[in-house]
Design a protein around this ligand. Sequence first.
Ligand SMILES: C[S@@+](CC[C@H](N)C(=O)[O-])C[C@H]1O[C@@H](n2cnc3c(N)ncnc32)[C@H](O)[C@@H]1O
Length: 198
Amino acid sequence: MGKLFARLYDPIMKPLEKIKFNSIRRELLSHATGQVLEIGSGTGVNFPYYKHVDCVDAIEPNQQMIQQAKKNIASTNNVPITIYQATAEQLPFERNVFDSVVSTLVFCTIPDPLQALEEIRRVSKPGAPILFFEHVRMKQPLLAQAQDMLTPAWKNICDGCHLNRDIVSFLGQAGLQVECINPHYKGLFLMIKCTNPK
Ligand SMILES: C[S@@+](CC[C@H](N)C(=O)[O-])C[C@H]1O[C@@H](n2cnc3c(N)ncnc32)[C@H](O)[C@@H]1O
């Protein structure tokens, strides 16, 4: 399933990117500076949006996604990008290395989100911006129930993606300082800016 998901990812995302996601990614990534860690970089959709950063270390567990992403590195803006095959729960980096961390559409899929957030805190510098664009469990009760019902089947089709993760509560549990939350599509998607308080 991971292989098929990797192959279909870019064609599925293209219309969504054109409608709105590209402007959200551009806005979010404009807050990244210095040495950036990108979590779950997939096919490298974010890579063209890194403009004023020193370098990007991207981690991604799916080998097929990495192969696609390596092709996309060619179309980026001279920012050095290195991709590591790794999971967010076990980051292959020393503590206090990164100036910023980026995660887009990843925390729905990570099997142990709290462990991943602890790792992000460990490897990022005190005060580092931690930037998220994620889909979440909606506030509206009927829609949230629909997300709960659809999640078991959806997980099988979309490589482990949960439609109903309450990601903001994980951020609180992990001790990240939430600076601002911008909802999109009636709160189905959130752009979240946090800092690592250390
Ligand atoms: C929906 S894709 C998002 C890709 C990209 N970030 C984007 O915005 O288009 C989710 C990605 O999370 C990755 N992923 C799954 N489990 C992960 C984990 N434990 N740690 C890091 N990334 C993971 C998947 O392989 C996939 O590339």
